[in-house]
Ligand binder design. Structure first.
Ligand SMILES: Nc1ncnc2c1ncn2[C@@H]1O[C@H](COP(=O)(O)OP(=O)(O)OP(=O)(O)O)[C@@H](O)[C@H]1O
Length: 332
C-alpha cells in the first residue's frame, strides 16, 4: 500500500544542514498497522509527513496505492491526498466550530452534497462514540474526546490510509488505551492501513503488526512486532522493549550438573502445560528462575528462564522434546 524508496531529507537552516532522514526504505502492506518508534529528534515526524508529502523529501520516491506521489503536480497530489487521513498529537481542531462542523469540514471542502454530509457525520459520530457531543465546541471536550473528533474528521473522506502523529502522547494511560482500541476497531472493520509514530513501546505492543525502529534518521531494525519485541537486535530497540517489560535474560551456565534454558512461548501454546509434560516424560526436575507472560496485540506470549536438573541425557531429551513441540529454546 505504501512504499518509501531511498528517502532522504535535509533541512538547511542558515549555514547548517540537518539530515533528518537518510536512505529510508519501507513497505507497509494494505490493512496492516505499522508503527515507527524512535527517540525525540530521530526523524519520526519527518518520516510520517513524507508519506503525504507534507514534508517533501530531498530525494527518494513515495508510492501510495501504486502512485508515485513525488512525481505529481499540485492538483493531482491534492486528489491523491484524499486517500490519506491524518491525526495529530494536539488534535488540530477548529476551536470555533462544533464537533459536527469539525468532522464535516473536509466534506464541505470537497463540495459534498448537504444530505450526504449529514449522513456521513452521523455515522462517524456513532463510530467514535461522540453522538451526544455533536453540538459542543472543542474547549468543552476532554483530550480523548478531542482525539475522537480528530479521528472522525480524518475518516470523513473515506481514506485508505490513516497517519497518526503521536496521537496518544498528550493523553493519560486509560484514555490512550481507549483511543488505541478505537484505532484497532477501525482497522479491523474497514481494513484501513494505519501508520503511526510514537516513542512509547506500549503503543506498538498494543496494536501494531509490524514496527520499524528509527535512530538518527536511519531505520536500525524492522519486522513483525513479536520478533522485534522478543528478540531485539539493536541496542535502541532493547531500550524501548525495556520500557514495557523487564528483559528475560539467560544467565551464563554456572553449574555443569544443570542446564539453563530460556523458553519462549507464543500464541495459545503459552497456556499449555508443555514444559511440565516434557519433564514428566524424562524425569528431570525444573525450577523457574525468571519469567513473564503478557500479550502482543491480542497474541499471548511467555518467556521463562528455567534450570533443568537430572541425568545429562534426560536433560538433552527434554530440550529436544520442547523444540519438537515448536518452542523456541535457547540453552546457556
Ligand atoms: N523544519 C525544520 N527545520 C530544521 N530542522 C528540522 C525541521 N524539522 C525537523 N528538523 C530536525 O530534523 C530532525 C528530525 O526531526 P523530527 O521532528 O522528524 O524528529 P522526531 O523523531 O519526530 O522528534 P520528536 O519526537 O521530538 O517530534 C531533528 O534534528 C530536528 O531538529
Amino acid at each position: 500500500m505504501i512504499r518509501l524508496e531511498g528517502i532522504t531529507k535535509h533541512y538547511d537552516t542558515g549555514s547548517r544542514r540537518v539530515t533528518a532522514l537518510s536512505g529510508i526504505d519501507l513497505a507497509v502492506a494494505k490493512g496492516e498497522i505499522f508503527g515507527v518508534i524512535g527517540h525525540s529528534g530521530a526523524g519520526k515526524s519527518t518520516l510520517l509527513r513524507s508519506i503525504n508529502l507534507l514534508e517533501r523529501p530531498t530525494s527518494g520516491r513515495v508510492i501510495v496505492d501504486g502512485t508515485d506521489l513525488t512525481a505529481l503536480g499540485t492538483k493531482q497530489l491534492q486528489e491523491q491526498r484524499r486517500k490519506i487521513g491524518m491525526i495529530f498529537q494536539h488534535f488540530n481542531l477548529l476551536s470555533s466550530a462544533t464537533v459536527e462542523d469539525n468532522i464535516a469540514f473536509p466534506l464541505k471542502l470537497a463540495k459534498t452534497p448537504k444530505a450526504d454530509i449529514r449522513r456521513k457525520v452521523s455515522e462517524l459520530l456513532e463510530l467514535t462514540g461522540l453522538t451526544e457531543h455533536r453540538f459542543k465546541y472543542p474547549s468543552q471536550l476532554s483530550g480523548g474526546q478531542k482525539q475522537r473528533v480528530g479521528i472522525a474528521r480524518a475518516l470523513a473522506a473515506d481514506p485508505q490510509v490513516l497517519l497518526c502523529d503521536e496521537a496518544t502522547s498528550a493523553l493519560d494511560p486509560q484514555t490512550t488505551n481507549s483511543i488505541l482500541s478505537l484505532l484497532l476497531d477501525i482497522n479491523e472493520r474497514f481494513g484501513l492501513t494505519i501508520v503511526l509514530i510514537t516513542h512509547e513501546m506500549h503503543v506498538i505492543r498494543s496494536i501494531c503488526d509490524r514496527v520499524a525502529v528509527i535512530h538518527e534518521g536511519t531505520l536500525v531494525e524492522q519486522g513483525r512486532v513479536v520478533d522485534v519485541f522478543l528478540k531485539p537486535q539493536h541496542p535502541v530497540t532493547l531500550e524501548f522493549v525495556e520500557q514495557v517489560s523487564d528483559p528475560v535474560e539467560l544467565p551464563p551456565a554456572a553449574d555443569l550438573a544443570a542446564r539453563l534454558l530460556k523458553i519462549t512461548f507464543l500464541g495459545e501454546r503459552t497456556y499449555e502445560p508443555i514444559l511440565s509434560k516434557a519433564v514428566q516424560a524424562t524425569g528431570v526436575t525444573f525450577s523457574i528462575l525468571q519469567g513473564t507472560i503478557s500479550k502482543l496485540k491480542q497474541v499471548p506470549y511467555g518467556q521463562l528462564v528455567v534450570k533443568l536438573e537430572g541425568d545429562g541425557a534426560a536433560i538433552e531429551r527434554t530440550i529436544e522434546t520442547l523444540r519438537a513441540d515448536g518452542l523456541d529454546v535457547e540453552v546457556a
